[in-house]
Design a protein around this ligand. Sequence first.
Ligand code: ZN
Length: 435
Amino acid sequence: MRLSYVLRHFALAYENVPQGLIGYSDSLQPIVVADAAGSFFQEKEPYPGTPNYRDWVGQRVPFFFDAQPAAPLLTMQRGRVSINADLISAAFYLLSGWQEYFSDERDRHGRFPYAASVQKQYGFVTLPVVNYYFDVLKRAIEHVTGQALKPRRWNGAAFAAFISHDIDELRSAWKAPAKAALLQRSTRRFGALLWQHFTQPDAWDNLESVAAATARYGGCSTFFILPQSRPGADGTPNADYQLSAGLRQRLKALAQKSCEINLHGSIGTATDPLQLDHEARKLQAGCGGLRFHYLRWEPRLTPAKIEAVGGFAYDSTLGFAEHFGFRHSYCQPFYPFNFASGTAYAFVEIPLQVMDATLHHPSYLQLQGPEILPALQPMLAEIERFGGVASILWHNDHFDPANTTTGPQQFAEIMEYLRERGAAFLTGNRIVAEL
Ligand SMILES: [Zn+2]
């Protein structure tokens, strides 16, 4: 079960992967992986033992289920390879999201917290560790076959970029300055802002210019639209706008320009399939992509609900709100693991690595504008190295020129970098179509 789930993803990560070469010690395959998980996967503990660190292609990589730390990672003979750490179990553990399924830790939004993750504990959130494990398997296969294994490509490019925008607010740009004017007892300024609010479009009502900011680099934006304006049952706000006929018309025009319009599931939809289905129907224009508002995701329920409602080709919720990086330690799209059936779900997860709000927020990181691209570059280089998908969420309100920390300038710097490095800018469905 572990082996087939992991090898299925390995086969998606490289071109023309030969089958049937890798197995556990009792097998006849030429590449034998040490079986070191013991009874871990029969029990329901969220965390395995401390990883052993090994150097691999100049990188210090944590290896879980590594029972022979003194042994070399690979023992190569003619036509045969022994892998002396249980890479299959380690890859399965991370890729399946085992920790969050079996951990009871949740934050106030019902999310598995970064603070409870092995990525935080061992400091590897920006390292796609599963891709490093795959690199070891690749080396073993190349030894056995004598043929180089090439990373998969995206529309001909070495890596892809998935640029998305969650649309939570279209009408609230005036609120913060108006509040500030009130606090300063500046009635004139407050009046002017109020007048502006009622007579002119809001600075955040900017979907077309957001799409243009992505198109400037040859990309198409993927939008996630929130069709619920009532707050969630717990009081968490949803949209500040209605899905009016006028807005529908604009979304249609954006779709005609090759943007993708998808559902941003409101508070509650991550655990309530009826509500999720209702919102998907309400949006109509849905292209089969999904991301939950506030990145809400209950690992024990949400994937099954997505599958039950049906019609979703992919989800793109799975990143940590608190830190940029790889929640499943993997930089490619993957099929979430179904713990009830022991197989993979049919929908694709395009994991989220960077959210604007993560980078500068009282509860998250406090990076300054000029620090943002340099902070992300090593992680983006890892994605490029392994032919992955750089998934970047920039909310429409962050395109407000008044935002100089995680605003249009920082977005442009990231886009410029990705373009220079030769990323293929693809919408979610284009990515799914290439799998
Ligand atoms: Zn949202």
